[in-house]
Design a protein around this ligand. Structure first.
Ligand code: SF4
Ligand code: SF4
Length: 436
């Protein structure tokens, strides 16, 4: 067991508007669900049903169209009312099936059949994960088959890293899932390791989750794979790919263990792999952290995919006042949402709505040169200087650099601490054009 912490930077923070993470509630089933045909990194799935068709719970409704595409399934039984098309806040065209719930549930409330997987080959396991549309349940939603195949090319030693680091309070959904489905997360890890021909499992937990880490390790003892525990520091952003790899390399050096190439997966993805292989069902729901200053009763909810976020907010008591900004993801790294009809998809780990007082927009002032941003940057960048250079270049000054910093991984630490509320990380990571 080893402890890693940042050589510099990072920050400890609590967000009182994030939901408490020690419990979850199950959301109502949606009377109307919106099932997007793209919930993954690649091209949209091709619909296999049309308006007027009846669908069953868990039925395939969209067929994958290539290596980064993924199958899409109905999450409730009912009838397809029509196919929708809209432009989301990022300008991306989204197509979805609108389903009115009706008829009997074949999976919900029924006794689950557990299938043995230990005699299945990696190829057969991969086939099940692909058929049931398993993707990384965060980020761009890379199909799991692409993650496991891509990473192993040409490498002998490979390690599955189970990322159970919750230094971002908006990862409350992952934390709740990890506690409530610990056995499934561990078995999902063993399945993923076999599927990707990985020869070791490492559970990475934050410093304050040592007990959880020990439970994960003890549960993993029944699977015949070397497994170990790495305890990271507890400062944000330890869960990022880059920070996690640094922690693992430090561990490798100290323990003299060769981890080789690493594949990092979160608990929601591993539980989804378990569901596909052991229960033979697609991802029907996911844990979502719902909160923000505009939400009356923030909470972690288990939500059917396709549920509109307006329904999710309503179940949390609605809004205390009109929100200034809504988004999926954390307030620092989220994707803006303008329509309450946008649905929860496979990668939605959090949704939030914030009031004017918590919003960054409209409060941009000038840099006061306090230097806080430099102190917290875990990569050692000078966010103030980078931001000013980028702002000059956007204003047409040739002395300013037109490029966003490739080293910045957009963790948002600098933006969080900036007393002037400058859009630092968004600008430096190249996601925002500052015209101030
Ligand atoms: S967002 Fe980029 S510049 Fe800001 S603290 Fe993180 S890595 Fe550093
Ligand atoms: S934290 Fe904000 S105000 Fe302070 S130096 Fe950095 S950019 Fe300027």
């Amino acid at each position: 067991m080893n402890i890693y912490s940042f050589p510099r930077g990072g920050l400890s923070f609590d967000d009182p508007t994030a939901p408490p993470r020690d419990s979850s509630t199950t959301a109502f089933l949606p009377a109307l669900s919106v099932i997007p045909l793209v919930q993954h990194a690649g091209v949209p799935a091709k619909p296999t049903v049309a308006a007027g068709d009846l669908v069953r719970e868990g039925m395939l409704v969209g067929r994958s169209q290539g290596p980064l595409s993924a199958n899409v399934h109905a999450t409730v039984p009912g009838r397809v009312i029509r196919e929708l098309s809209w432009k989301n806040a990022e300008g991306r065209i989204c197509n979805a099936l609108l389903i009115r719930m009706g008829g009997g549930f074949e999976l919900l409330g029924k006794k689950e059949t557990a299938y043995s997987w230990t005699d299945l080959s990696p190829h057969e396991l991969m086939h099940l994960a692909t058929e049931f549309g398993i993707v990384e349940m965060e980020g761009a939603g890379r199909p799991i088959a692409a993650v496991l195949n891509y990473e192993k090319a040409g490498k002998r030693d490979q390690t599955l890293v189970v990322r159970c680091v919750f230094d971002d309070p908006w990862l409350a959904s992952d934390y709740a899932l990890c506690r409530e489905r610990l056995k499934e997360v561990v078995e999902g890890s063993a399945i993923a390791a076999r599927t990707g021909r990985l020869n070791r499992i490492v559970f990475a937990v934050s410093h304050r989750e040592k007990d959880l880490g020990r439970k994960l390790l003890s549960e993993a003892a029944s699977y015949k794979l070397p497994s170990s525990l790495v305890i990271t520091g507890s400062r944000y952003p330890q869960h990022n790919q880059r920070e996690m790899e640094l922690a693992l390399r430090a561990y490798e050096k100290r323990e003299g263990i060769l981890l080789g190439s690493v594949i990092i997966l979160g608990p929601a993805t591993l539980a989804a792999i378990y569901d596909a292989v052991k229960l033979r069902r697609p991802v029907l729901d996911r844990y979502v952290a719902v909160g923000g200053s505009a939400v009356k009763n923030p909470q972690v909810m288990k939500v059917r995919i396709g549920t509109r976020i307006g329904d999710v907010f309503a179940e949390c008591g609605g809004f205390v006042d009109k929100p200034k900004r809504m988004a999926t993801g954390s307030p620092f790294l989220g994707q803006a949402v303008t329509d309450l009809d946008e649905p929860v998809i496979k990668t939605t780990y959090a949704v939030f709505a914030i009031l004017d007082s918590q919003a960054v927009e409209g409060r941009v002032r000038n840099c006061i040169g306090c230097g806080e941003c430099r102190v917290v940057c875990p990569v050692g960048l000078d966010p103030e200087e980078l931001f000013k250079r980028l702002r000059r270049s956007q204003g047409g000054d040739k002395a300013g650099s037109p490029y966003a910093s490739a080293e910045c991984h957009g963790c948002g630490c600098c933006e969080l601490v900036c007393p002037s509320r400058l859009p630092l990380s968004q600008t430096i990571a190249g996601r925002h054009s500052y015209a101030g």
